[in-house]
Write a protein that binds this ligand. Sequence first.
Ligand code: HEM
Ligand SMILES: *[C@@H]1O[C@H](CO)[C@@H](O)[C@H](O)[C@H]1NC(C)=O
Ligand SMILES: *[C@@H]1O[C@H](CO)[C@@H](O)[C@H](O)[C@H]1NC(C)=O
Ligand SMILES: *[C@@H]1O[C@H](CO)[C@@H](O)[C@H](O)[C@H]1NC(C)=O
Length: 357
Amino acid sequence: MNSLRLIATALCCLTVLFGGLTFSSDAQLDPNFYSQTCPQLQAIVSQVLSKVAKNDPRMPASLIRLHFHDCFVQGCDASVLLNKTSTIVTEQEAFPNIKSLRGLDVINQIKTAVESACPNKVSCADILTLSAGISSVLTGGTGWLVPLGRRDSLTANQTLANQNLPGPSFSLTELKSAFADQGLTTLDLVSLSGAHSFGRSRCFLFSDRLFNFNNTGKPDPTLDPTYLKVLQKQCPQNGAGDNRVNFDPTTPDILDKNYYNNLQVKKGLLQSDQELFSTPGADTIGIVNNFANNQNAFFQNFATSMIKMGNIGVLTGKKGEIRKQCNFVNTKKKSSELDITAVTSTESFEGGVVSSM
Ligand code: HEM
Ligand SMILES: *[C@@H]1O[C@H](CO)[C@@H](O)[C@H](O)[C@H]1NC(C)=O
Ligand SMILES: *[C@@H]1O[C@H](CO)[C@@H](O)[C@H](O)[C@H]1NC(C)=O
Ligand SMILES: *[C@@H]1O[C@H](CO)[C@@H](O)[C@H](O)[C@H]1NC(C)=O
């Protein structure tokens, strides 16, 4: 233990000495990060989420997706939570996110509860990551020890959100490349896509498959004909683009292996889902078959890949900050650096800050 600390201290000094060098970004994350500073954290998050999920069984899915959309854009740093201000161009308004993100209010609710128990200790990035892990447990999925110690970004990046987040019509090659850009493997791609075993998708994101796939004037041949008819009813050709359809027709709100069984019988909802099984000769087919036959194999790989995704580009140590309010960067103390919009919209109640103006 002591020698570990020594090594950590040594690394720390090296970081100071060679400021430009970056060490493995997840080196400092630790499931026990808050065991002294906020021992109630896990209990608070579980308590809020189980209450919320009772009234809104889709919310656990929405939170896992929110975490994914955070991590793929400048790392798991809660950048996706930042609202529009004079200096923030939001990720929330990027194409994959606009009118699509859910759970921002739930994260704020958890943050409020956490702040009253342990003020200024817990980052929004960790709250979001932990919420994703607990969401898995609450919906029948597997649990894992969530490494913690992330800090919150000072920026968001809408351009990167548009660039990095994969689209529903991506080919397998494009999917693999989007994941490889984040340091994730083909196995991670197949494991994490299993999150499409719950939650919903709006029709317009896959309706090309139902009527005019790839400009052929016909439906996608890799879509089961009976399922096709069901989907055509739920998503009629004109004006139903915003209707919502379950990803998994069998167990819509449960995180289980059924996603992979659906792919085997051509019932993947998005093209990007079905590509994993229906791309001729693909190395993903064997993985789909393995998970379809073995829920434990899926759960184990899902946990491993979620931890890996949760480690992408994290800010640790003194980087970033612990946000007071998850939708806004903390107001700077120097009056010369104050951003008027941010002050009026978030910090106007902060006497100390306002009086320093
Ligand atoms: C592999 C590439 C992926 C693509 C192309 C993709 C695409 C999509 C699309 C188009 C939707 C529907 C959005 C809407 O209706 O507005 C969606 C929903 C969802 N995605 Fe993905 N996704 C991918 C990977 C992932 C990953 C890695 C996760 C999490 C680990 C995930 C979790 C979810 C969940 C849970 C929902 C449902 C959310 C809800 O009901 O609120 N997806 N995804
Ligand atoms: C942040 O923006 C969301 C909509 O994107 C809104 O619902 C929420 O109220 C905003 N948060 C604050 C604190 O203004
Ligand atoms: C967003 O990311 C791009 C690509 O890395 C970079 O060029 C740009 O400066 C970033 N914008 C912001 C606001 O950080
Ligand atoms: C779509 O059509 C193009 C050109 O006809 C073809 O090269 C491509 O493979 C097709 N894509 C799919 C997914 O069928």
